[in-house]
Ligand binder design. Sequence first.
Ligand code: C5P
Length: 235
Amino acid sequence: MRELMYEGKAKRVYKTETDGELILSYKDDATAFNGQKKEVFQGKGRFNNLITAHVFEALTKVGIRHHFIETLNDTEQKVYQTEIIPLEVVVRNQASYTLEKRLGIKEGTAFDPPLVEWFYKNDALNDPLINDQHAQLLMDVNSVELSFIKEAALKINAALIDFFKQINVKLIDFKIEFGRLLNGDIILSDEISPDTCRLVDLTTDEHLDKDVFRQGTGDILTVYQKILTRLEELS
Ligand code: C5P
């Protein structure tokens, strides 16, 4: 029996026999609005597992350190163990409807340089927007490390823009998380999938991401399948 270490909204984390390595098991659950909207879509876990693997492999090619080691099966992947920093790093190339609602910046407004935001990963507090000082007060991270995380996020953004362009998709925004290896190094962790990115078809403007579930505008499995199929055709 594997030991369950942690269960989140979208994934379970198991210990392995090897120190410093974990198994991530992707669930079929979709949640939105901090868990207020919830549904199970059979096969969604497989899409996020396999799409995340494609994305991390592309990031390896451009020299970005991350936790992904290998795909184990349809819904599971092996990763390096990190202690997740409770900071949700959002990078925006374009304003979404959420930003328009929060700041009045018109949806579709392009950002150059891209906008980087920090949110405190805390369900009870509804993941509030925070600044550098809040981050240093709330978590084990210093100002040099925050600068490193911001630079890494922008580099990841540039790599992801190019990567998704190859499958005719525009990257509007995304959320990433970083974790600390046992030796203290900070690396990219968690997942990068249509659950965590806004991805729009360059030709049709169709959303190929979780917005179809959040807004009830389409079938999540159909659009995630489109992303996976295009990635498989690419490799
Ligand atoms: O909702 P918001 O516009 O702030 O989301 C920005 C980006 O971060 C979107 O791509 C969304 O999918 C992602 N996100 C996420 N997990 C959250 C909040 C946002 O993956 N808890």
